[in-house]
Design a protein around this ligand. Structure first.
Ligand code: HSE
Length: 410
């Protein structure tokens, strides 16, 4: 079975490496030899064992009828979207690790794949090497999915772990993550939460059957967190993690958010450190199911891509049922400000009396070495809009609100 790979970056070169180094096992499991016929990249790779298969011309892949499965690991939307669409329309199955593509064009590309009786698969787009897409849509298929919550970005989890465990500053931890190849080319995609947002959109679409677009999701990153916040969380008996969370509400709408959350040490997601991801899925019959593993990195991610290629090869003339509807109804996603929350708040010039006059009784937090002028607390549970209004009132009274973090309920 001839396949092509579009992109020879971190993941693409990993896909080529796995297909080159593990052909017997792969052939035994697919009952077919998988041959890399073409690799699309604008650069030359004279030292690659596939050096003679490189092309700079997409048409070499598109017009080659012997290529039945195409891997897209270029990342971004352009030209990935056009190339993938054309491959599906040319009756080729497509496998991608590109979460931006799936989160923004997934419903459309799944519909095109269905129309052409080919497969569009994207296990590696969420959780890198962790099996999560296939388990949700196959193994948990008899359940109604009630909620999904996860640490979906390895880079930010690595950074937060370094801040928590090594007292390392944010910039140094980010530089280390980049050096280790975890971070996206543009670190904003990781640290501002966009990467996690795309992943929770994909999981929400899969869980609830309707596309959710990233711009519908309230997204906050980790750039405003400080070692002081990490320290308050520690003394409270917890940690701060970047969480993507979505829930089915009683009225058929969903809540969905990406933001740092304060988690008690007893929460399973609090124990997931370094570049690892953890995803907790609540099914109506299974209750909580947890997925854990390396959410980033060349070979873990590439192994998930290759497994999808193998699945496509095994199902070359049948379509696997993996589908969700497109959806542009803005009311489907509930306003995050209408949800009820408890907020961790770190202030300058706050005090128990002045805060409690506005909020009622609060949980006062402590940390070693806090200056006299610093005051941190957790609000009582209330609708977030009301909590924000009360913070505004405090600021009008001269209290400086430095950080707010939602207390997670997973
Ligand atoms: N930059 C991403 C992460 C890579 O750190 O999780 C995998 O999507």
């Amino acid at each position: 079975m001839n396949v092509a790979i579009m992109g020879h970056g971190v993941v693409g070169s990993g896909v080529a490496e796995i297909l080159y180094t593990n052909p017997e096992t792969i052939a035994k499991r697919t009952r077919e030899e998988i041959v890399v016929k073409r690799i699309l990249d604008l650069r030359d790779f004279p030292d690659s064992p596939y050096a003679d298969r490189f092309t700079k011309d997409f048409n070499d892949i598109l017009t080659d009828d012997s290529i039945r499965v195409v891997v897209e690991v270029m990342g971004g939307i352009h030209p990935a979207y056009d190339f993938v669409k054309q491959c599906l329309e040319a009756n080729k199955s497509v496998v991608t690790s590109n979460k931006e593509l799936v989160a923004t064009k997934g419903a459309e590309l799944l519909a095109i794949a269905a129309e052409h009786n080919v497969n569009f698969m994207f296990e590696a787009s969420v959780g890198g090497g962790i099996p999560v897409i296939r388990p949700i849509h196959q193994c948990m298929a008899a359940n109604n999915i009630l909620s999904v919550a996860g640490i979906l970005n390895g880079t930010t989890n690595f950074i937060l772990t370094k801040m928590i465990e090594d007292n390392m500053g944010f910039a140094d931890a980010l530089a280390l993550a980049q050096k280790l190849g975890y971070a996206e080319r543009n670190p904003s995609a990781d640290v501002d939460g966009h990467d996690a947002c795309r992943k929770i959109c994909i999981l929400a679409a899969l869980a609830f059957g309707k596309h959710v677009y990233p711009e519908q999701v309230h997204t906050e990153g980790i750039t405003s967190l400080t070692l002081e916040d990490v320290s308050y969380a520690h003394d409270w008996g917890g940690v701060i993690k970047l969480i993507g969370q979505t829930k089915m509400l009683d009225d058929g709408r969903i809540s969905i958010i990406v933001c740092p959350m304060l988690l008690k040490n007893s929460c399973q997601l609090s124990t997931i450190d370094d570049v690892f991801n953890g995803i907790m899925v609540k099914g109506s019959f299974t209750d909580d199911v947890m997925f854990y593993g390396k959410g980033a990195g060349k070979l873990p991610t590439a192994s998930a891509v290759v497994a999808d290629v193998m699945d496509c090869v095994k199902h070359i003339d049948t379509r696997k049922y993996l589908f969700w509807e497109d959806n542009h109804d803005p009311s489907y996603v509930a306003d995050y400000l209408e949800q009820s929350v408890c907020l961790y708040v770190r202030t300058e010039k706050g005090c128990k009396d002045c805060v409690e006059k506005v909020f009622g009784p609060v949980e006062v937090l402590t940390r070693d070495g806090a200056p006299e002028t610093e005051f941190a607390f957790i609000t009582p549970r209330m609708v977030e809009k009301d909590a924000r209004a009360k913070l505004q009132t405090l600021e009008e009274q001269g209290v400086e609100v430095k950080t707010t973090v939602r207390v997670g309920e997973i």
